[in-house]
Design a protein around this ligand. Sequence first.
Ligand SMILES: NC(=O)c1ccc[n+]([C@@H]2O[C@H](COP(=O)([O-])OP(=O)(O)OC[C@H]3O[C@@H](n4cnc5c(N)ncnc54)[C@H](OP(=O)(O)O)[C@@H]3O)[C@@H](O)[C@H]2O)c1
Length: 316
Amino acid sequence: MIAALLLLLPLPLLLYMAAPRIREMLSSGVCTSPVQLPGKVAVVTGANTGIGKETAKELAKRGARVYLACRDVQKGELVAKEIQTKTGNQQVLVRKLDLADTRSIRAFAQGFLAEEKQLHILINNAGVMMCPYSKTVDGFEMHMGVNHLGHFLLTHLLLEKLKASAPARVVNVSSLAHFLGRLNFHNLQGEKFYNAGLAYCQSKLANVLFTQELARRLKGSGVTTYAVHPGSVNSELTRYSTFMTCMWWLFSCFLKTPEQGAQTSLHCALTEGLERLSGEYFSDCRVGWVSAQARNETVARRLWDVSCDLLGLPLD
Ligand SMILES: NC(=O)c1ccc[n+]([C@@H]2O[C@H](COP(=O)([O-])OP(=O)(O)OC[C@H]3O[C@@H](n4cnc5c(N)ncnc54)[C@H](OP(=O)(O)O)[C@@H]3O)[C@@H](O)[C@H]2O)c1
């Protein structure tokens, strides 16, 4: 017994020493595309921090005009300055977008459509995780409202511009957590039962299903779409959960940096020849596995119709 304990004693030290190597293994997947983006226009939601900020920075570095679509414009302006300084690209613009308010989403889209002739890359990145039960301005459960419905509406409003700018791409940042998600159509707004973790998983499953259905509907349009799992990334995402914040802190040496977390989004936005994989789910810059429910076309169609209904969009 004592001998076994003595053998286990150096384990934490060994783990600590091996952490950089383990993190390297867990963060495989680097966007190697050499594509440059002069004259191209990109929108990144939730670009004031974390994965979104790093995604926007790389797009700016490659010469795109990048819109940081943020709910906190002041934070966004600071980040825009930082990106401008680091990349030398002055075409980094901040616009207000609160995905928890459909009026804000419509105002953002209206402003963007009036301002820009083209849109080549839309990165639906913003997200919330494990918030206490709350609703958006329009009465949607917060995870469903921000992570799925907000991006669903935004994409709808920008779709004609994307088609007119083809080839164009839509990247939806989902998560491996979609595996634990179930689309509970009888309790979509969490009114009968609510669990913050499951609500997050459900919204991330909705991201994957939305991507598949969107790809089917966009076939032949020149606009393609991809769902992404960025990996486990050291960001502010855990802010609403003390438990997750502690776990993230404890395992921080194994987590990806936000820059590493941005690689799969960048891969899907930039890599040439990915068009035939429209609708797929990517992880570590490769096509990844999705759950059985995430492959269910009937559920994807139903989610599309329900989302249109909730948002007052015409069914087509
Ligand atoms: N981190 C991970 O390990 C991980 C794993 C799998 C998937 N993901 C996904 O990756 C994406 C980016 O997450 P992250 O890790 O970079 O988290 P983060 O650092 O918390 O960034 C989230 C971004 O979303 C924005 N946001 C939240 N609510 C919004 C709203 N109502 N309207 C507009 N923007 C809003 C935040 O803005 P504020 O700063 O103003 O709040 C922030 O810019 C999310 O979709 C997340 O689900 C992350």
